[in-house]
Ligand binder design. Structure first.
Ligand SMILES: [Zn+2]
Length: 162
């Protein structure tokens, strides 16, 4: 099972980062990459306030973004497919059939899709950040990075199982 390492930081404090790139672990040479702060809803997605800058090579940042959007893009596509399937499906059925078909469709989709989704979320990203009740909760996939990050910010690391 994959593990992530959580570090909680009060959002008011100035967050400090180790000098190394969060993705590859080598010196970032002052380069920075953007990390979207979750939870990802419409307000968050288009707000500049919810983006933090962390030490990351430009190249690593591209790689990171790709993984991030692969994960959320995938969920969006599934949602769209399910919606379209439900709409098309209901056009030519009686109400009772429609209900039964819908239930069957949902069951089939769940059986197929849930393992795929679980698999996607089982792989922690190099860094993830969530905002919760005035605190930032960072999750790293690299334990030593998480420990250094926690240390310079006066916080501690908590293990999180995926
Ligand atoms: Zn890097």
């Amino acid at each position: 099972m994959a593990e992530g390492f959580n570090v909680e930081i009060i959002s008011k404090s100035q967050i400090k980062y180790p000098e190394e790139c969060i993705v590859c672990g080598r010196n970032a040479n002052g380069q920075k990459g953007k990390v979207q702060v979750g939870p990802l809803d419409m307000n968050m997605a288009f707000s500049k306030k919810n983006i933090i800058e962390v030490p990351m090579h430009k190249r690593c940042s591209t790689k990171y973004k790709l993984t991030f959007w692969k994960r959320y893009g995938f969920i969006f596509i599934i949602g769209a497919v399910v919606l379209i399937a439900l709409i098309i499906h209901t056009d030519y059925d009686s109400i009772l059939d429609r209900l039964i078909n819908r239930i069957i469709l949902i069951i089939v989709l769940s059986v197929v899709l849930i393992p795929i989704l679980v698999w996607h979320f089982n792989r922690p990203l190099p860094i993830e950040c969530e905002y919760e009740k005035g605190n930032y909760i960072f999750t790293f996939n690299n334990r030593s990075y998480a420990e250094r990050f926690a240390q310079i910010n006066g916080s501690k690391v908590e293990k999180r199982n995926y």
